[in-house]
Ligand binder design. Structure first.
Ligand code: 13P
Length: 249
């Protein structure tokens, strides 16, 4: 059975003290048993975050990683380094990494392989830009991102994958995909996973929606059959808002 997941992607927000304060805010709330809750602070704060939520069901995850184990890659962080501070899940392929740091599908494929080789779970992000959708090419764009960045792994490895559909035009814009638009792509992706792998793999993979999810719209988005949770940006920075989204199932 696939899991419901709500993951907060904090992006480049919150220093150490702010990270601690937000986590203490989250810890005041009970976490419902039917949802896996994850938070992705900045690299510098991962270890402290892990210690702070150690006794809770909240999982601390990373926003990115390098594909090599170690070496002369100034400024980068590897999978073994993440694992050494208690991080077992990593977001790969976020549209901001693709757009601002020129991460290609080929590079993302390498990162996915590296994460899996290190026994990490991957939240693999994909999603079209506004121009793609206007031209009616959103299905093809999403398909290419998945085929080129993710579908090189084998069926057995897919249990380590969570998918996150994040239409670029809905990220940080206040504009959310309608529940119908989200369901349409999620259903398309689930079928694509079924034809590429198997029905069992597609039934078991969680597909999250990301892009301006707020307490006010989370319920109607999560109510869709193929939406298994959310990847939350702005609203994850306020404990009350994030927990309201966690409780929206
Ligand atoms: P917002 O929720 O701020 O639109 O960000 C979504 C996102 O990019 C999560 O990874």
């Amino acid at each position: 059975m696939r899991k419901n997941i709500v993951a907060g992607n904090w992006k480049m927000n919150n220093d150490l003290a702010q990270t601690e304060a937000l986590l203490l805010g989250l810890k005041k709330h009970a976490i419902p048993e039917n949802v896996s809750v994850m938070v992705a602070p900045a690299f510098t704060n991962l270890y402290q975050a892990f210690e702070t939520v150690r006794e809770t069901p909240i999982e601390v995850i990373a926003q990115n990683m390098h594909q090599a184990k170690n070496g002369a890659f100034t400024g980068e962080v590897s999978a073994p380094m993440l694992k050494s501070v208690g991080v077992n899940t990593v977001i790969i392929g976020h549209s901001e990494r693709r757009a601002y740091f020129h991460e290609t599908n080929a590079l993302l494929a390498e990162k996915v392989t590296a994460a899996i080789e290190n026994d990490m779970q991957v939240i693999f992000c994909f999603g079209e830009e506004l121009s793609d959708r206007k031209q009616g090419e959103h299905f093809e764009v999403v398909k290419a991102q998945l085929q080129q960045g993710l579908f090189h792994i084998d069926e057995n490895q897919f249990k380590n994958i969570v998918l996150a559909y994040e239409p670029v035009w809905a990220i940080g814009t206040g504009e959310t995909a309608s529940p119908e638009q989200a369901q349409e792509i999620h259903n398309y992706v689930r079928k694509l996973v079924a034809t590429t792998y198997s029905d069992a793999v597609s039934e078991n993979v969680s597909i999250l929606y990301g892009g301006s999810v707020k307490p006010a719209n989370a319920k109607e988005i999560f109510a869709n059959a193929d939406v298994d949770g959310g990847l939350i940006g702005g609203a994850a920075l306020k404990a009350e808002d994030f927990m309201a989204i966690v409780n929206a199932f």
